[in-house]
Write a protein that binds this ligand. Structure first.
Ligand SMILES: Cc1ncc(COP(=O)(O)O)c(C=O)c1O
Length: 261
């Protein structure tokens, strides 16, 4: 808050990822302390812009991460879960106050910006279908089930000597593998795991291994590696420095096949 105060009149807006800073390494933070910061910014007239691209659509245990905070944002950005990952679409939402600031017969007040694919009809249809699924109570139960499984698995992970900083928010579970090197996106383990999984026809990001969250392989990858479509990655039975990993092909091989690194 002191840093915000130091900016004085120069601070126009605060952009944040609520509850989890994904790109910073799946850093999870306390909602109530963050709420105080948001309230402080609001009192100073600083616009609050919540980036819910990663946290939105049920990932954090509520429909949106901001649902767990009491200071509502002025703007929210959405993507990823908007279409269930099936088609590319992003939305920037805003309060009526902001909208009305641009609503004028005075053309100089126009927001002179438009996205190439704004309101693409196919993508909008995918978003509406995805929204219907998202709001289906059965889908909510699935999210709770995933969160419950993560909670149980986190307890197993915590006992492993080479795992540290296990943390969970809703359907997102993250931890660091203690390699003896400094935690970093360029840790050598990243390249090793990337190559290892690629050989098993599972695509991992080559850089973001500092923290790993477990989730179904995003559907856009289907175009990229068609055979991985039905895979789900589970990590289990972690002993010593060895990871026994089970890759389950839910369609043809419900029991999956173990392999070890
Ligand atoms: C928190 C966050 N914001 C924004 C983006 C960018 O979203 P898009 O690629 O849909 O523009 C990402 C992408 O991973 C993200 O995780």
């Amino acid at each position: 808050m002191a840093e915000v105060d130091a900016l004085g009149e120069d601070a126009a807006a605060f952009i944040f990822e609520p509850l989890i800073l994904g790109s910073g390494g799946m850093l999870m933070y306390d909602a109530s302390a963050f709420d105080s910061l948001l309230a402080h910014c609001r009192a100073k007239g600083i616009l609050l812009i919540a980036d819910e691209v990663m946290t939105g659509f049920g990932r954090t245990g509520t429909n949106f991460a901001m649902d767990q905070l009491s200071t509502p944002p002025d703007m929210i950005t959405l993507s990823k879960g908007l279409t269930g990952g099936t088609m590319a679409m992003g939305i920037t939402t805003c309060t009526a106050d902001i909208y009305e600031a641009f609503l004028s017969n005075d053309k100089t007040k126009t927001l002179f910006h438009g996205h190439s694919y704004t309101a693409n009809p196919l993508t909008c249809a995918a978003a509406l279908a995805s929204l219907e699924l998202f709001l289906d109570p059965a889908c909510g139960e699935n999210r709770q089930r995933i969160a419950g499984q993560h909670e149980a698995f986190a307890k197993t992970l915590e006992k492993q000597a080479f795992v540290k900083n296990v943390r969970q928010t809703g359907t997102i579970l993250a931890f660091e593998v203690d390699t003896g090197e400094a935690d970093s996106y360029v840790n050598n383990l990243a390249g090793f795991l990337h190559a290892f999984f690629r050989e098993k026809r599972v695509m991992l990001r080559p850089s973001a291994i500092r923290s790993t969250s477990f989730r179904p392989i995003a559907s856009p990858m289907r175009n990229w590696l068609p055979p991985i479509r039905p895979f789900w990655i589970c990590w289990r039975n972690m002993e010593g420095k060895r990871l026994n990993i089970n890759v389950i092909n839910r369609k043809s091989d419900p029991h999956g096949s173990d392999f070890t690194i």
